[in-house]
Design a protein around this ligand. Sequence first.
Ligand SMILES: *Cc1c(COP(=O)(O)O)cnc(C)c1O
Length: 485
Amino acid sequence: MLYCSTRGGVQGWAFRDVLFSGYAPDGGMFMPEVVPRLSHDTLRSWAGLSYPELVREVCSLFIPEHQIPRRDLEGLVSEALSKFSVPGAVRLVQMKEGLSILELFHGETMAFKDLAMTCTVRFLEYFLRKESSRATILVGTSGDTGGSAICSARGLAGVDVVVVFPRGRITQVQERQMTTVLEDNIHVFAADGSSDDIDVPLRRLFADQDLVKRHGLMSLNSVNVSRILVQVAHFLYAYLQLSGVEHTRGAEAVPVLEVVVPTGGAGNIAAGCIVKHMGVPLRLVAMVNSNDIVHRAVQSADFSMATSVKKTLAPAIDIQDPYNMERVFWLLSGKDGALVKELMEEFQSSHHLALPETLHKGLSALLSSGSVSDNGIVEAMQRCWKENQYLVCPHTAVAVWHHYHTQPRPGEKRCCIATASPAKFQGAVERAGLTLDLPEGVKALGSRATRCTDLESGEDWEGLLRERIYSIGLARQGGSLFYSD
Ligand SMILES: *Cc1c(COP(=O)(O)O)cnc(C)c1O
């Protein structure tokens, strides 16, 4: 199993090396050169596996034995998933009107990102320890990635985490999950701008190969292919639990499952597409809020950013640059790196792209999509509560909205992905006129000390981040940290 860039400029990289990289050196994103196929017999034989067992199977498909031996890999995954608040780390809930929800939010920061993040950080630590080396993780966050990276890496000796979040555009709980972590390997910046504004200086820093090498600079955004690969397990788990595949025999066709995904950076959608390429019959539905670029791309080939990011009740998907779509385009184009390079460079420079006809045909066959307004989010939260006394977060609500407005196809089951706990998004819960019993962990956040550095509009964010990365490097050489906030 080797990895290549979606833009065709890099091939034959080992898992370890893509794990430690953000974007590929040619500006593209890493993908497995060959997507393994799962036979129907394999699918049937996996039907009884728990979620952690499935994560182990998935990881061993993508991480070769000579990079992490199977025994070590199993230990790393078990440890990574051991601190979740439900047995098996995830939970499937079935409710009225055929609504099935896969809860992926039982990790420390109460969003699905904890699942792949904790595994990825363990893999990282495994290699760092083996190589007596260190790394600096640089993450831009629309709210949940940062907290998840911080909680997965706090206190680790070989790793510093630098997180930049959009000030005022994330919830209090999200902000405090980051700023209350005071370990000295954690560095939090509050930027006066949107997630997409933050992405610009980060891309420049990652493009600086000298900086990347010298400081072991790496990403833990869903740019990192390891996170996408671990997320393959969500889709397989939903499929195995709900499709009834174990009741089929021999060459008989296996059933289809529709998976409805609240979509922002499209990391989950990219993982879902990989699962389809592995031969699992999924019908994928990408649901967005009024930041609807993915929906417009599916409907009318219009992959263009709007003039600005709209603030909605579902802030973790307030994204105009769904960068993982590059992985989807690469798979759809039959791994045509030259085409993807041309298209993505055009998109990056002009923020506009009309998808070529064949690519758009492929995309609309692969995915269906929908866009939900704030009113729709409130409506889905209220209806789900009324029918089931079950509270969904505003992101999960965009998926549940799809369930309430369309019928699954005859003979097909459907699963909505729950990406976060409603406890993280109290404002939206209040907007829907609902109430919430806050978990103790969330209540405690309010009284803790905080630390973070502001990045003001008009300042040189790239330069300020670069300075911090230098000072971390100096401090780690000297064995202690001596910058001050
Ligand atoms: C990150 C996030 C998403 C978007 O996930 P992608 O894989 O980037 O599309 C959706 N909901 C919540 C709560 C998130 O934190």
